[in-house]
Design a protein around this ligand. Structure first.
Ligand code: SF4
Length: 446
């Protein structure tokens, strides 16, 4: 395997034996192959769309497939195997584009061994030129960021064909030999499509659940059994709260779901108790002590400890072998009764001893714009990137002409020295140094 899509990558260069995230060699192979087939789908569907014959299901399928390969989303081989089968069927139902189609448009596995062998020839390292590999990888990971945000918006009923068309154009572009300026232009388009996607997601969230308000969130624990929910899927949050409101249990958020407390639509649920624990790196210790069931809605799932594996549930695009998965019905409804029933038989959460101080969330655009005159002049961007969504945010800022961004804690392994040089010269991008030095520099406006 070779994967260098996130900040945790081994030695800042690449995971080659097993991911620091827990991704096994075999899953990496399935992910690489799924992306490869998606490139073939994209090539064929774009040609079909020009003739008005595109398959309308392709856009969301591509988004879901890319999102599945994001860091800490899905570790389940069976789910990737199903996705690869669906991808090949989808591609083969699209019109052939000519006599000399790329291999991604035609290759099919005859066995699982074929998948593993083929994956070795189509992953990141199949592009030999370091700078071309860097530009293609940056684009691919930016596309994954778009896919993640787009999938969330589409779950709430907001879609935009221009976004899914760009996903396909981006993927198909990596099958061609483009010039460096052409690849850089695609990166900027990826950033501007990121802005469109983030705007779509904001519209999806706020039209469904209202504009976030600055909100204090308890960090203590109650006396009733609890359900812990993490990830970013607000629709899952809504369905869980609605189904559990009279069950005599309390719902807690973990890490990634903390912002849900700020949405007005969730404030009527008095059993939404507070936030338990910190962010995803603390899952093992904190999920163990929670005692009740834990629902992981999107990234980030870390390989679970045995102590809580049997009360862990995944849903949506997340997955882990041996962990119970809750599928949606055709209409998007999910039945969380097994989680609620398990919670009723659980002990209340153990107090993590966080001192009881409230957390504050809800600093979304409405809240910030209300004090814009005070904050605008004080902004400096210091991006702590971890995975592909943060990369997309960086590309989005660059596409808006924002310069002088500080990036860290480590620079992405997929940015080659020559590409970094371009970013530094054109955008004044700076790597992190130390907290004290960066802070002192930024407070001077440098
Ligand atoms: S996602 Fe990150 S930690 Fe996981 S294999 Fe890739 S680079 Fe390594």
């Amino acid at each position: 395997m070779f994967c260098y899509q996130c900040e945790e990558t081994v030695k800042g260069t690449g995971c080659t034996v097993k991911g620091v995230c827990g991704k096994e060699d075999e899953i990496a192979a399935y992910q690489d192959l799924l992306i490869y087939i998606c490139k073939g789908i994209s090539k064929r569907n774009l040609a079909a769309m020009e003739k008005g014959e595109g398959d309308p299901k392709v856009g969301l399928f591509i988004a879901d497939s890319l999102f599945s390969t994001l860091t800490n989303v899905n570790f389940d081989k069976a789910r990737f195997s199903d996705l690869i089968t669906s991808a090949i069927n989808m591609r083969d139902n699209l019109p052939v584009t000519g006599n000399s189609e790329p291999d991604a448009c035609t290759w099919k596995p005859k066995s699982e061994t074929d998948i593993l062998e083929k994956a070795r020839t189509v992953g990141i390292l199949s592009t030999s030129n370091e700078d071309v590999r860097s530009l293609r990888s940056t684009l691919l990971f930016g596309l994954k960021g778009i896919a993640a945000y787009y999938t969330h918006a589409s779950i709430l009923g907001k879609t935009d064909e221009s976004i899914t068309t760009f996903l396909q154009r981006g993927l198909a572009s990596t099958l061609q030999d483009l010039t460096v300026p052409e690849m850089v232009a695609l990166l900027m388009e990826c950033g501007s499509t990121g802005v469109t996607t983030l705007s779509l997601l904001d519209e999806a969230n706020t039209s469904a659940y209202g504009n976030p308000r600055i909100t204090n969130v308890k960090t203590t624990v109650g006396t009733l059994p609890g359900i812990l929910i993490t990830g970013h899927d607000l629709k899952d949050m809504e369905q869980l709260l609605e189904q559990s409101k009279d069950a005599g249990v309390e719902v807690y958020t973990h890490g990634e779901m903390l912002p849900a407390h700020a949405y007005p639509a969730f404030k009527k649920y008095t059993h939404l108790y507070g936030n338990y624990g910190g962010s995803w790196p603390h899952q093992k210790k904190e999920f163990e002590r929670f005692n009740g069931p834990v629902l992981v809605t999107t990234n980030c799932i870390v390989p679970p400890a045995d102590s809580y594996r049997d009360r862990l549930f995944t849903t949506g695009l997340t997955g882990y072998p041996g962990v119970k998965h809750i599928f949606a019905s055709a209409g998007g409804k999910k039945d969380f009764s097994s989680i609620i029933d398990l919670a009723k038989t659980s002990q209340p959460p153990q107090d993590l001893g966080q001192g009881g101080a409230d957390l504050i969330t809800g600093c979304a655009h409405d809240a910030v714009l209300a004090i814009a005159d005070k904050v605008v002049n004080a902004v400096s961007y210091n991006i702590a990137w971890y995975e592909q969504k943060a990369l997309l945010v960086l590309l989005s800022l660059l596409s808006l002409g924002i310069k002088n961004i500080t990036l860290g804690p480590k620079l992405p392994a997929f940015v080659s020295p020559a590409v970094l040089d371009v970013l530094v010269k054109n955008f004044d991008l700076k790597p992190n140094t130390t907290v004290d030095a960066d802070l002192a520099r930024m407070l001077k406006g440098l």
